[in-house]
Design a protein. Structure first.
Length: 335
């Protein structure tokens, strides 16, 4: 385990960072940390009102000012139209994006569907971020990127130079319980809320690694120079409102009590839980790296480079998921 903290991040003056789900939990803490280092942070939130409240709170806790700008914008990952509008508006106002943090998500909720008819956990956690990343990829490609600090090694991929844009995709240790079933990706035949969550988090990893494979393949082509790096992470067991939303949507008051007790006894503060995401965004890690807490059972502690389960590195599943996601969202990557 390292002793790396958010204080070890480099200055990010002049950099633009996009964080989904920025108004609460890990997204809030990530936004606060990036802004404290001078980055302009685009807070991509389902509710602009809640986003503005969070931005005001960050400014107030920083003595009325933060080093970087906070730009709150609506982005509902359960709506492909909302994702497209967000991306188009961002492209109109920004020349480049240095870091994209695919952070927002829902966990273990009763079955429902997104605006476009996808099972909500798969639709929000994976497909929404797949579409968002693809629509913002040109802005990432045009960025100067972040000069990563400190040496780090990953379990996948070769070393690349620092000074590249980053796509950081937030997964979960729950990916280990996920299984890909391409005959029923949207859980129309049967549904288990925790199984669906595990699949969505496994999908996050398959996407993150496949994106890096495609970037590497493009860079092997003559005259190609895609200075973009895809990295995955997970926060361990962090005390956020994600668990409380799960409990609230279960309709079981005892679950709310249980989740609250578990967060208090087992959960680490969200300011520590977000460190793997911050590490992935600013440390000189390889494309395809997996950043996780380095403490007890990789569920607590400061970040380190680890390895996700074997299923997450299955290239056949990754390609199949990519093809499905492209068709389902209508988003083609300019790679």
């Amino acid at each position: 385990m390292t002793d790396w903290t958010a204080g070890d991040m480099p200055r990010l003056d002049g950099k633009t960072v996009v964080v989904t789900g920025a108004n609460s939990g890990l997204g809030y803490e990530g936004t606060r940390a990036f802004a404290a280092k001078g980055a302009a942070v685009v807070m991509a939130c389902r509710s602009v009102e809640r986003g503005e409240t969070a931005a005001d709170e960050i400014r107030a806790n920083a003595g009325g000012e933060v080093d970087g700008n906070l730009d709150v914008r609506e982005c509902d990952l359960a709506s492909l139209d909302s994702v497209a509008t967000f991306a188009d508006d961002l492209a109109a106002d920004y020349d480049a994006i240095d870091v994209l943090c695919n952070n927002a998500g829902v966990m273990a909720i009763p079955r429902s569907e997104t605006e476009d008819g996808f099972e909500t956990q798969f639709g929000v956690n994976h497909l929404g971020h797949f579409a968002l990343t693809g629509r913002l990829f040109s802005l990432l490609r045009d960025a100067e990127g972040v000069d990563g600090v400190g040496p780090a090694r990953s379990a996948a991929g070769s070393r690349t130079e620092s000074g590249v844009a980053r796509v950081v995709t937030q997964s979960s240790g729950a990916h280990e319980q996920g299984e890909m079933d391409f005959s029923d990706l949207n859980w129309e035949e049967s549904y288990g809320k925790w199984k669906a969550y595990g699949r969505s988090k496994l999908s996050n990893l398959l996407f993150a690694y496949e994106l890096q494979h495609r970037i590497d393949a493009a860079n092997r082509e003559e005259d190609a120079a895609l200075d973009v790096r895809s990295v995955a992470c997970h926060p361990g067991y962090s005390d956020t409102n994600l668990q409380m939303r799960t409990a609230a949507e279960s309709g079981n008051p005892l679950m709310k009590v249980g989740m609250k007790a578990a967060n208090a006894l087992l959960g680490q503060d969200a300011a520590i839980g977000v460190e793997p995401m911050l590490y992935a965004a600013t440390v000189d890690v390889d494309g395809g790296a997996y950043i996780e807490p380095g403490g007890l059972m990789n569920m607590r502690g400061h970040p380190t480079v680890g390895r996700s389960n074997d299923a997450s590195y299955d290239r056949a599943d990754a390609n199949r998921l990519w093809e499905y996601s492209t068709e389902a969202t209508g988003v083609e990557y300019p790679i």
